[in-house]
Design a protein around this ligand. Sequence first.
Ligand code: GAR
Length: 200
Amino acid sequence: TSKLGILLSGRGSNFLAIADSIANDQLKGCEIAVVISNKADAPGLAAAQERGLKAVAIEARGRKRAEHDEEIVATLRAHGVDLVCLAGYMRLLSPEFVQAFPQRILNIHPSLLPAFPGLDAQQQAFDYGVQVAGCTVHFVDEQLDHGVIVLQKTVTILEGDDAHALSERVLEQEHIAYSEAIARVVSGQYTIEGRRYIKR
Ligand code: GAR
């Protein structure tokens, strides 16, 4: 079994979707070894605890990024994590963190990258006037919202839409996309050529 380490900062709906697909056997061969939040009061962390998962708060409070990330990496290692899943984790990773898990860190982002990296991606997309939005699961590299794309799902803008309604439909797709992407990665049935993820 692949041991997943989940990092989150807030609500944790993507984490819960992953936990549900493991529980109902849609996502096979995985277990969640630890859930880590940089916010002690993140609802996602409480939800992890309620489910009996190992849940750890590691706050940054004035510490240097490298130092904070070192503690996170040590915690992931202590739990034998082999795939790190960022699920609404709203901090940049230090280069040392990224290098500690080469091509073993996934992130989900609520836009069709490379469009609209950064914060409030759905609002950015809506304000730009896109007609197709979506989400991306990608490997994390040292640049923001930039690594190799594993999977994307599209969401069509509807008449009378607003950014909030769009975000909700994107989120539904995120919940499907993340487990699919994890299944792909843990299967090992792929190669990466340059920026391209190629299914074998
Ligand atoms: C999700 O929409 C996720 O894609 C986004 O934050 C939300 C977290 O929701 N992540 C980013 O914007 C990362 N740049 P959740 O806590 O309910 O999973």
